[in-house]
Design a binder for this molecule. Structure first.
Ligand code: NI
Length: 226
């Protein structure tokens, strides 16, 4: 399941992020890649302990906390602190898969990467290329969103970022361990939740809404690990 979440960050936040990131001391993105990904990865990243990454990452976590759409789509158990990357001058990230388990820097914790997330920080008209291409069973999905918007996609997907041939693409990316590890179960819960919200908006007094909400919570109780 691929979910787009518009305007996770406000326009004011996006411009603050961009201003801070444009002057940052970026490192080679290969530093954080596994041995297979390293061969296809040509970009720059802020080290995860960089004070700017830590500071902006906290703002993102706060924004996610206030996004009901993110919560219902991801059913998050743990979120890895957000990271930041930059692509310009033909930089790209070839076809790869994200590692299934990632350590949380500075702790003994690890998270399982059920979901991958990208928040776009540059306006699409300010760069050429830089599409996130995600392979799923229906073919390749091409994603290039307005600044401040986010895409959530299954951590199981093969994906790539095409070369940025003009301008600069700044983004935040991170991983989520979901309370519901399997994508198809998470998708059914998400669709059920949205349908319940729609029926309840159209018919607020419907008793069926209560019954359906019961089914939602009973499925969640069956499938969730907290
Ligand atoms: Ni990736």
């Amino acid at each position: 399941m691929l979910v787009q979440i518009p305007q996770v960050l406000t326009a004011a936040q996006v411009s603050e992020f961009r201003q801070a990131l444009e002057g940052a001391d970026w490192a080679d993105g290969k530093g954080s890649a596994g041995y297979l990904s390293r061969r296809v990865k040509e970009n720059r990243q802020l080290p995860d302990t960089h004070p700017l990454a830590v500071q902006l990452g906290k703002q993102i976590l706060e924004a996610l906390h206030n996004s009901p759409l993110f919560t219902t789509a991801a059913l998050p158990a743990k979120i890895l602190p957000p990271l930041f990357n930059s692509y310009s001058g033909d930089e790209h990230y070839g076809r790869h898969v994200d590692g299934a388990i990632r350590p949380v820097t500075g702790t003994h914790h690890r998270i399982r990467t059920d979901l991958s997330a990208t928040i776009f920080l540059s306006d699409p008209q300010d760069y050429d290329g830089g599409e996130l291409q995600i392979e799923d069973t229906y073919g390749v999905r091409r994603v290039k969103l307005p600044a401040g918007s986010m895409v959530l996609y299954p951590g199981t997907s093969v994906h790539k970022v095409t070369a940025v041939t003009r301008g600069r693409r700044l983004a935040s990316f991170f991983w989520i361990q979901s309370m519901v590890r399997e994508d198809h179960k998470r998708m059914m819960l998400f669709e059920l939740d949205r349908a319940i919200q729609q029926v309840s908006a159209e018919n607020p007094d419907s008793e069926a809404v209560t019954d359906l909400a019961g089914v939602y919570h009973n499925l969640l109780r069956l499938w969730a690990d907290v």
